[in-house]
Design a protein around this ligand. Structure first.
Ligand code: ADP
Ligand code: MG
Length: 328
């Protein structure tokens, strides 16, 4: 800890103990970890013919989670949002590093955080191989590394006119959960769970390899994230706003207009939005349904640019406020 990242202080004792308690809880091991936590760098074996997919996301207290959010949930979510990025590339998760900035060396908080992180890491065979622990305003940066056979990467740039547009799972629950959290009494636990402990669609991303033409994970809202696919692929997308999948909890929690706004522009869904040609899409949808997370067709890719919305009757629907943007 301290300003000079390489300086040594008395606080190093606490830092060492915190690192030890994280290491003791993140027990997932892998044969491809040649050297993990404890040296100046981790050494990892990447198989020949394999690409390394690397992604980083930061969660800042007061921006990405409430100051008083449960440490266990923050630990889960800090890994989940990163695994979601790997899923969107079709990569298989392998390793993670964790940069923790803590206001104080609070062992109980760190233990609960590490338990939440480890619960998801074990589900996806992710080994924690290193990190950094410093003092400052609460902030968590996780970097994940995934493996991907060459030529199988799912990028944002492969969508073609005529492709169908699909989304896994359901949309809008996390945004509804956030609204309910701010209300009294607290609302439906199914919605809060989607916000606080999102499920990265890793298995579904693997199924999309070689079958989807483009893919993105939905972190900032469907409309904003699909717009990134359109821009990267130089295509447009026409979406049927009435076809967007909703969970029973969302249907029960809000009226149609609010629901649609949450589905289109609420953040934190961590579902996958992908495009695929019609040939073979039936097999793909069957495989996704068998994986436990079905996908829904929500529209079609066209020429031109941008995302257009229509309702089931074909009438234009105006886009709600853009997805979450920092510095906006
Ligand atoms: P250095 O001073 O060489 O950067 P550190 O004392 O920061 O090393 O870290 C010692 C070891 O503990 C390193 O292997 C580092 O990767 C690991 N480490 C530090 N903080 C964390 C953390 N929050 N989570 C996981 N590993 C960590
Ligand atoms: Mg260090």
């Amino acid at each position: 800890m301290g300003r000079n990242p390489k300086a040594r202080y008395a606080a190093d004792v606490a830092e060492f103990e915190l690192i030890e308690s994280i290491r003791a809880r993140c027990t997932q091991t892998r044969d491809d970890v040649v050297l993990g936590i404890g040296d100046d760098a981790a050494l990892l074996a990447v198989p020949a013919g394999t690409l390394l997919a690397v992604s980083t996301d930061t969660l800042v207290a007061g921006v990405h989670f409430m100051q008083d959010a449960a440490a266990r949930d923050i630990g889960w979510k800090s890994l989940a949002v990163n695994l979601s990025d790997l899923a969107a590339m079709g990569a298989e998760p392998a390793w993670a590093t964790l940069a923790l900035t803590l206001p104080v060396a609070d062992a109980r908080w760190v233990n609960a955080f590490a338990e939440g992180f480890a619960a998801l890491a074990i589900q996806h065979r992710v080994a924690l191989v290193g990190g950094d622990t410093t003092q400052g305003p609460l902030s968590i940066t996780v970097t994940v590394h995934g493996l991907l056979p060459e030529r199988f990467a799912l990028t944002r740039s492969g969508a073609r006119a005529g492709d169908g547009v699909y989304v896994t799972g359901t949309l809008g629950d996390a945004a509804a959960g956030l609204r309910q959290m701010q209300s009294q009494p607290p609302g439906d636990s199914r919605l809060l769970e989607r916000l606080q402990r999102p499920t990265p669609r890793v298995a579904q991303g693997l199924l999309l390899r070689g079958r989807a033409t483009a893919c993105i994970d939905i972190s900032d809202g469907l409309a904003a994230d699909l717009d990134h696919v359109c821009a990267a692929s130089s295509v447009s997308a026409e979406i049927d706003a009435d076809a967007l999948p909703a969970s029973p909890a969302l249907l029960a929690a809000c009226a149609a207009g609010t629901r649609r706004a949450f589905q289109l522009a609420g953040g934190d869904d961590y579902e996958l939005c992908f495009t695929a040609s019609d040939a073979g899409s039936g097999d793909l949808l069957d495989a996704l349904a068998r994986s436990g997370c079905a996908a829904t067709r929500i529209g079609r890719i066209g020429t031109g640019g941008g995302v257009r919305l229509r309702d089931a009757a074909g009438n234009p629907v105006s886009l709600p406020r853009r997805g979450w943007e920092h510095f906006a």
